[in-house]
Design a protein around this ligand. Structure first.
Ligand code: PLP
Length: 399
């Protein structure tokens, strides 16, 4: 007798991208100790601004409640406390979206739920992702051996692929604003995706982890699009919005109107969560509630403005150098075409060795990223400015 393992894990690619970046930096540092401290990291996907004061105070106060017999709380509702669901519900009304309380599920972040939601789907389903792609969508489906179809993104569609007959799939992942490209779908484009999903009977898994960076008339939520309640599940996160990457909190919306093959997905998700999840800690949820308070929002806006200013420093540099890019306007990511016809790893190496700036090679996000490079707005103003000055010198030398 021997326990059989899920063989699909053996087929997964090594989590190569960030470990390879770290390895190349280590080699460079050991060979160039005299300039090692000049390195600027512009590939950071994590936030750098601390939690807003109001959020910290709410968490401290909640921790005190947990230390008193009268206010102590044990297991909470698996779907989240009403006080936080109410705050999320109210937040959505700003975009004209009315949600019922039991359509909102508080999570410990978008990544877990993006993986966990696959419990609701048959392993025979076909999955559509865009290329380049946030690797979690691919790996979680490979673990279940689902067939994956890639919708190619590139300069010709400004990294916003649109529905096409060859993209017919049961599950469709859309991420807007996108990681890694920073590209954002407008209403007309999302309407086409919703109609496409409706025609095919597909379900859209809509990742809105970066919605807080949206400006202007772009949708924050897929539910701003008529008909989306019948085809989409939405995943959102407080990670980038409020600095919760380490604190862990997000929310998933499963409309009670979403049904397939006799199953109601809202009821199925509730059943899944009450069986496999015991909720997010009270302390964290109190902190998350404060994110939506007036003071919290003001403090968060200041942090988001800080990142937006960094993004502007980067996009101004790209404009000046006439380099093609997407993102940066509704996103903390700037996705640029490698100058000098370089591929993304060659560009990575030269940028590191010649001006000591690190970004993320596009090839790590898929075939369509091979000649592209991702910079992020999560550094400090000082480092972003300095990195862009060096970037400019580097590119000018190539010309
Ligand atoms: N979705 C996308 C597109 C992301 O880039 C990330 C994090 O980088 C996540 C989801 C995960 O967010 P969370 O920290 O809430 O798990």
């Amino acid at each position: 007798m021997s326990a059989k393992i899920n063989q699909n894990f053996l087929k997964l690619n090594e989590s190569y991208l960030f470990s390879e970046i770290a390895r190349r930096i280590r080699v460079w540092q050991s060979e160039n100790p005299e300039v090692a401290d000049k390195l600027i990291r512009m590939g950071i996907g994590d936030v750098t601004r601390p939690l807003p004061k109001t959020v910290v105070e709410a968490m401290v106060s909640a921790a005190r409640e947990m230390g008193e017999a009268e206010t102590f709380r044990g297991y909470g509702p698996e779907q989240g406390y009403d006080f936080l669901k109410d705050a999320v519900q109210k937040y959505y009304t700003r975009f004209g979206v009315e949600l019922k309380s039991d359509e909102i599920f508080i999570s410990d972040g978008a990544k877990s739920d993006l993986g966990n939601i696959l419990d609701l789907f048959d392993k025979d389903n076909t999955v559509l992702v865009t290329d380049p792609v946030y690797p979690v969508y691919v790996d979680t489906n490979m673990m279940d051996s689902r067939k994956i179809v890639y919708a190619e993104a590139g300069e010709e569609n400004d990294f916003l692929p649109m529905p096409a007959p060859e993209y017919a799939a049961d599950i469709i992942y859309l991420c807007s604003p996108n990681n890694p490209t920073g590209a954002v779908y407008d209403r007309a484009a999302l309407t086409k995706w919703v109609e496409f999903a409706k025609e095919q009977g597909s379900i859209i898994l809509f990742d809105s982890a970066y919605e807080c960076f949206v400006t202007g008339d772009y949708p924050h939520s897929i539910y701003e699009i008529p008909g989306a309640r019948e085809v989409a599940i939405e995943f959102c996160s407080l990670s980038k919005k409020a600095g919760f990457t380490g604190t862990r909190c997000g929310y998933t919306i499963v409309p009670d109107t979403l049904e397939r093959c006799g199953g109601n997905l809202n009821k199925m998700w509730l059943r899944r969560q009450t069986t496999k999840f015991n909720g997010v800690s009270y302390i964290t949820q109190k902190g998350a509630e404060a994110v939506f308070s007036q003071d919290g929002e003001e403090e968060i806006e200041e942090n988001i403005r800080y990142y937006r200013d960094n993004a502007k420093i980067i996009t101004d540099t790209m404009d000046k150098l006439n380099i093609y890019y997407t993102g940066g306007k509704n996103s903390p990511y700037i996705w640029l075409k490698c100058p000098g016809e370089m591929d993304s790893w060659e560009f990575f190496d030269r940028l590191l060795k010649e001006v000591y700036v690190v970004g993320t090679p596009g090839a790590g996000f898929g075939k369509s990223g091979e000649r592209f490079f991702r910079l992020t707005a999560f550094s400090t103003h000082e480092n972003t400015r300095e990195a862009m000055e060096r970037f400019e010198v580097f590119v000018e030398k190539l010309r």
